[in-house]
Design a protein around this ligand. Structure first.
Ligand SMILES: [Zn+2]
Length: 401
């Protein structure tokens, strides 16, 4: 934290892109403690006693938000350390997507979200079941808990949500079916527990448990709900001719959000290219980082953003997807997603590496002309180096040699 005597910090001379405010210019970002104070060309000159961090030549954005991660280490064996995906990757705010459920949420809150060692800001999309654990063996699916209606307790879930609305921003639902192929009791439970909160769903299947067909699922989503893995292959969003289905386009057009959720095998350049060329631009870019993909093909949020940039999505739009769009998706645009003075001092700083690099979706490799790499971030006004993202620079250099 800045000291009491000198709480003002200037990130000086970077290229500031703040899509929500239509800003793309060389400017200073001035923070005072945990708040944004001012943004503008040479704004730092007004504060001669401020600490100055020179970010000339870097890209400066509102604090990046990754809305699909798995960060509750100790609950199952699927998660990664919170800060590896967060501040150590230049990402001050992350969302856990359904690693936890109602009876164990308190543990996740105490042990990770509120733990003094946790430096990244965490929100949660909670599974509405009593017991759900994201683990390597899909145990809740294997034991058929994930599709057992006895796993639902609406009233108990309401109590958990209402006691934790400061951090629970919605639900992650595995839309499993039981005896009726047209409805998922778990999707309906989430609607009943908190009708005002968004629901994130997967495209694709789960081992051991049947789920709603994509077409039926898409028609049951509401404006503001989130389709993650939206660019996966074989997800049912494209028809046999490779064209977006009516169910998908109807969902998109009524405001259901399209999220990347890269994961190990759930992002295809091919699907993304087709959806984008047909006018269906993703709303948010997320990683779905977990133990199975952190060493490739996902690595980090900056790598995932670079893949969308490589598909010719304009840079300001890529940044919007991880700032204002992500903040809106979790209904936190009043706090995060912009550099408007008075907002929380969450700021990300990235390098644009202007050299050819190979990017893989796990199925196809492409050569991009450039990529983004995190340098660091301000989280609540405090600077953190992006040590995880920078580690891969060293690895890339070794590979090149
Ligand atoms: Zn996930």
């Amino acid at each position: 934290m800045p000291s009491d005597q000198d709480p003002i910090l200037v990130l000086k001379g970077g290229r500031v892109i703040d899509p929500a405010n239509g800003l793309d210019e060389v400017a200073d970002v001035v923070t005072c403690g945990a708040s944004i104070l001012e943004v503008g060309p040479d704004a730092g000159a007004l504060y001669p006693n401020a600490r100055v961090k020179n970010v000339a030549g870097k890209l400066v954005t509102p604090g990046l938000i990754d809305i699909h991660t798995h960060c509750f280490t100790g609950l199952g064996d699927f998660c990664l350390p919170t800060d590896l995906m967060g501040v150590d990757s230049g990402v001050p705010i992350i969302v856990d997507a359904g690693t936890t459920s109602t009876t164990i949420f308190g543990l996740a809150r105490k042990g990770i979200i509120d733990h003094p060692d946790t430096r990244t800001k965490i929100f949660a999309l909670m599974d509405p079941s009593q017991i759900y654990l994201a683990n390597k063996t899909f145990i809740c699916h294997y034991l058929r808990i994930a599709d057992d209606e006895r796993n639902i307790d609406i009233e108990a879930a309401k109590e958990v949500v209402d006691a934790n609305r400061d951090v629970i921003v919605g639900f992650k639902v595995r839309p499993t079916i039981t005896d009726d192929p047209d409805r998922s009791p778990f999707l309906e439970a989430a609607h009943q527990i908190a009708p005002d909160l968004p629901i994130m769903i997967h495209l694709g299947s789960f081992p051991h448990t049947p789920v709603l067909e994509t077409e039926k699922l898409l028609y049951q989503l509401r404006k503001g709900d989130i389709i993650t893995h939206a660019c996966r292959g074989g997800g049912g969003q494209l028809d046999a001719f490779g064209e977006p289905t009516r169910a998908f386009t109807d969902a998109y057009n009524r405001g259901v959000l399209m999220d990347i959720g890269h994961s190990a095998g759930d992002f295809h350049f091919r699907t993304a290219r087709r959806l984008i060329e047909r006018g269906y631009m993703p709303n948010t870019i997320s990683t779905d980082l977990n133990v199975f993909n952190v060493d490739g093909p996902v690595y980090s949020l900056s790598t995932t953003m670079s893949k969308l940039w490589a598909l010719d999505v304009p840079l300001h739009q890529v940044i919007a997807m991880n700032t204002i769009n992500a903040a809106k998706a979790i209904n936190r645009e009043d706090q995060y997603g912009t550099l408007t003075p008075g907002r929380a001092a969450e700021v990300s700083v990235l390098d644009i590496e202007e050299q050819p690099c190979v990017l893989s979706d796990g199925h196809e490799q492409i050569t991009a002309h450039r990529r983004l790499r995190a340098v660091g971030c301000l989280r609540n006004g405090q600077w953190y180096d992006a040590v995880h993202d920078q580690k891969s620079v060293q690895a890339d250099i070794r590979e090149a040699v």
